[in-house]
Design a protein around this ligand. Structure first.
Ligand code: GLU
Length: 361
């Protein structure tokens, strides 16, 4: 391989790809992956690797009695297994002369803009010094409601934080299959252009979500990132040569085609689910003004019906529609107290400026 179609990528490998039937690390697959990543590095591709498998690796190290709580079990298995996982990567990459770094994060690390920027600077410095960051959730301490849904979500956040060219999700399936027609052998969808089609058309309710980290979550994240200007590939990590194939421009797996890139702050705000400090409910008129494609509208107090919780200037808040559904997130320009005073008033300063506003589709 001499040339790649991307300059900077996030590669996410799932537990199912790198563990065997007994749930232990599959050294052969890991070796193949490291070889492929080395090949990409050799031609100048910058790589951020997000790897699951800590809990899986922990299972082969520690036997826990059945009465241990799920939280304690995840803490013990991940904290012991992460050492095995990272040492395996360090050995395999070390044999190729590549240095790696271990970065463990929790979802709350992404809450505060300054903290977020610190992580970004750290990852950028590692890349600058030719070190591959190997990232995972800090499962040992992230046990609250502030956990990532799964590593697909974590990797999506890293991909948009680092504004990579592509986010590659390596799973144990070949991609998204068209389940809408109920065929015996459904066809693989090779490209989704989110400007003209939605992945929902290929999904059959109740049939496509294989639980935590399932295809539905992957597609949701892929759709979101494609909106930000990042191409997403979902492919089978066990297929030999899959990474050089993708970066060589071959049509493998499912590709979510990227749209125009979105501003950095909006990308940060878009990943705020569960991190908000408060919320506002807005009326239908305000919702349609925000969704108007003709103009870039900010959220004004005149369209706000109620304020939930306490927030201050600079906090991320959730925007709910009249029926209570979350429709987006934004950064408040003033506090909840101030907002309450301005509710329904015309001609006031926006609570959320358009540049700090993200709406779900
Ligand atoms: N962080 C978990 C682990 O390393 C995996 C989470 C996931 O599979 O999405 O075991």
């Amino acid at each position: 391989m001499n040339e790649a179609i991307y300059r900077k990528v996030v590669v996410k490998v799932g537990t199912n790809v790198i563990t065997n039937d007994r749930g232990e690390l599959d050294l052969q697959i890991l070796d193949l992956l490291v070889r492929q990543l080395t090949e990409l590095r050799r031609i100048g591709v910058e790589i951020l690797l997000v790897s699951s498998g800590a809990v899986g690796a922990g299972r082969s190290l520690v036997r826990l009695p059945a009465n241990v709580s799920p939280v304690a079990s995840r803490q013990v298995l991940s904290s012991t297994g992460q050492i095995r996982l990272i040492n395996t990567y360090a050995d395999l990459f070390g044999q190729k002369g590549i240095t790696i770094a271990q970065i463990l994060v929790t979802k709350s690390d992404f809450r505060d803009r300054l903290h977020y920027l610190n992580i970004r600077t750290c990852l950028a410095s590692l890349l600058e010094h030719d070190i591959i960051p190997v990232i995972n959730e800090n499962d040992a301490v992230s046990v609250t409601e502030l956990m990532f849904t799964d590593n697909d979500e974590l990797s999506g956040m890293i991909a948009s934080m680092m504004q990579v060219d592509a986010y590659i999700i390596l799973s144990h399936v070949d991609g998204l299959f068209d389940l809408s027609l109920d065929k015996k052998s459904p066809a693989l969808i090779s490209r989704i252009d989110i400007a003209t089609e939605h992945f929902h058309q290929y999904i059959k309710p109740g049939k496509s979500d294989f639980g935590r980290g399932g295809m539905l979550t992957k597609c949701h994240i892929a759709h979101k990132l494609a909106r930000f200007g990042i191409t997403v590939h979902i492919a089978n990590g066990r297929t030999p040569g899959i990474l050089p194939d993708i970066l060589g421009g071959k049509e493998v797996g499912t590709t979510f085609v990227a749209q125009k890139p979105v501003h950095g702050r909006k990308r940060w705000i878009a990943h705020s689910e569960g991190l908000e400090k408060g919320a506002v409910a807005i009326n239908a008129g305000a919702e349609s003004a925000l969704r108007s494609s003709a103009r870039a509208n900010s959220l004004l107090p005149v369209g706000i019906e109620s304020v939930i919780g306490t927030f201050f200037k600079g906090d991320i808040i959730k925007i709910c529609s009249e029926n209570g559904n979350a429709i987006g997130y934004g950064m408040a320009q003033y506090s909840s107290e101030q907002t309450k005073k301005l509710l329904g008033k015309k001609g006031e300063k926006p609570l959320i400026h358009y540049d700090y506003l993200y709406l779900e589709v």
